[in-house]
Design a protein around this ligand. Structure first.
Ligand SMILES: *Cc1c(COP(=O)(O)O)cnc(C)c1O
Length: 456
């Protein structure tokens, strides 16, 4: 067949729009959106014919492609996280608890008392909604919340130490993600970095010697995404706070993850709880809302009232302020922390990180069974997940995965990223791996469908 003949076989936009399978789509999508999708798919088909002498013109597969492209209506879309990394920054970090989602919807649908004091009938403060919730969980004087933890650290440094010195250990000048580096944030905030000690060893006397009349803050940064092992020494928050008190200099701790429960009970060490750090005497503590806390993106600043008040009055606060949807999500998430058992059950981040391996194995077995039922050859294997991503510097924890052997794991993974919804797994040697730790129950049928589609 000649190219002009093939091109003539491509159906017209009108013809496709009259197809019954397309007509049902008008219930869900507007006419113009469907017509646009039809036009796009037909245009790209025409381009393919011109380029590759593409032969087969099949109306059913054209319609399938149109449906797929409508599903991809939005650029930001859900994906299935089969990586086993629970706190995965690139995949959006936290899945919100059901109640938090409900509260977000409720607040989005209505006007709210965001900045309105219902008792007094006058302007109120947007942060009260969070402060009360935090103070029920942590024994702390005051709190405020901004857009994210990077913003929280920046705002604290800018308020408390602009043009003044901040003492930090050389072992804590960390980079978190590509763009958050303590020395850079410090420079941007206008504070002067006074580094002390060495990469592996910092002593209290190092801090002591660095203090002068221009010192505004002693800062301790949680290392979050790496460990220093071997010949090491560091100063505890408690010791640093004693020194700060003696010299009249406030101590700030950037905790990163912000966990409200004691993870040591569950075998995770090296991640102090917010309460622990507050009890050790920190004047200001900052942490994220969407790492271990499991809520929406936010940056908490908690601590002494006098300092929080100064921070709240910084004009930059306005630039870093949180949206009402964030406040709704965060407040509803915080509520669960009044009862630790409930928090672990209902906050997906905590549930996935602390889930016992036998339970993960059961989920993996269920997936395997469904794969087999659909003729997909796969294996159940014990493996290791890194649930914290960059948030818990632990070595891996035991998990169970479904593994599919393939000659071309990269190609297979590439195709999985194009399914609806896209599936993101791991590759290990010639296996594509789905870690059952981060797979949600409702995603299991979708995963099976996606893999089946690729195998065909
Ligand atoms: C993650 C992290 C940050 C940045 O927090 P975001 O909420 O991502 O802005 C800052 N400091 C530490 C120690 C961290 O672990």
């Amino acid at each position: 067949m000649d190219k002009p003949d093939i091109l003539r076989k491509i159906p017209s936009v009108d013809r496709i729009l009259k197809n019954e399978k397309i007509k049902v789509l008008f219930k869900e999508y507007s006419y113009s959106l469907v017509r646009e999708a039809v036009r796009k798919v037909l245009d790209s088909l025409r381009a393919k014919v011109l380029k590759d002498n593409f032969l087969e013109i099949d109306e059913d597969s054209i319609i399938e492609e149109i449906k797929n492209s409508l599903n991809k209506k939005y650029s930001l879309q859900p994906v299935i996280n089969a990586t086993g990394v629970v706190i995965h920054t690139n995949l959006g970090r936290a899945i919100l608890p059901e109640e938090a989602i409900k509260h977000v919807v409720e607040i989005a649908q209505s006007y709210s008392n965001l900045e309105y004091d219902l008792e007094k009938g006058q302007r109120g403060k947007r942060y009260v909604h969070i402060v009360d919730a935090v103070r029920k969980i942590v024994n702390v004087e005051s709190a405020v919340v901004v857009n994210n933890n990077a913003g929280a650290v920046f705002l604290c440094l800018n308020t408390l130490a602009k043009d003044k010195e901040v003492v930090v250990s050389r072992g804590e000048l960390v980079e978190i993600g590509g763009s958050f580096r303590i020395p850079d944030v410090m420079a941007q905030s206008g504070a002067i970095l006074r580094e002390v000690g060495t990469t592996n060893k910092t002593r209290l006397s190092d801090y002591e010697r660095a203090i002068n009349e221009n010192t505004a803050l002693l800062l301790k940064v949680h290392r979050s995404n790496f460990k220093i092992i071997g010949f090491t020494e560091e100063v505890s928050v408690k010791e640093l706070c004693e020194l700060g008190k003696q010299r009249g200099i406030p101590v700030m701790v950037d905790l990163g993850s912000g966990c409200f429960i004691d993870l040591k009970k569950y075998g995770f060490y090296g991640e102090p709880s917010v309460q622990e750090v507050v009890d050790e005497g920190a004047d200001i503590v900052t942490f994220s809302g969407d790492k271990l806390l499991g809520g929406a993106q936010a940056g908490f600043i908690i601590g002494k009232s006098a300092l929080i008040e100064r921070i709240s009055k910084n004009p930059l606060m306005r630039a870093l302020r949180v949206d009402k949807l964030t406040l709704a999500a965060v407040e509803a998430t915080l509520m669960f922390y009044l009862d630790e058992k409930e928090a672990i059950e209902k906050i997906p981040t905590l549930r996935m990180i602390l889930e016992p391996p036998e339970k993960i194995k059961r989920r993996a077995a269920k997936i395997l069974k469904l794969f087999k039922k659909h003729g997909i050859e796969a294996m159940l294997k014990e493996d290791v997940s890194m649930p914290g991503g960059g948030s818990l510097p632990e070595s891996g924890v035991k998990t169970y995965v479904i593994a599919i052997r393939t000659d071309k794991p990269d190609e297979f993974s590439g195709k999985l990223r194009q399914t609806q919804p896209p599936v993101i797994g791991r590759i290990k040697e010639d296996f594509v791996i789905f870690d059952a730790r981060t797979l949600q129950e409702r995603e299991i049928p979708l995963l099976v469908k996606a893999v089946k589609q690729i195998m065909e």
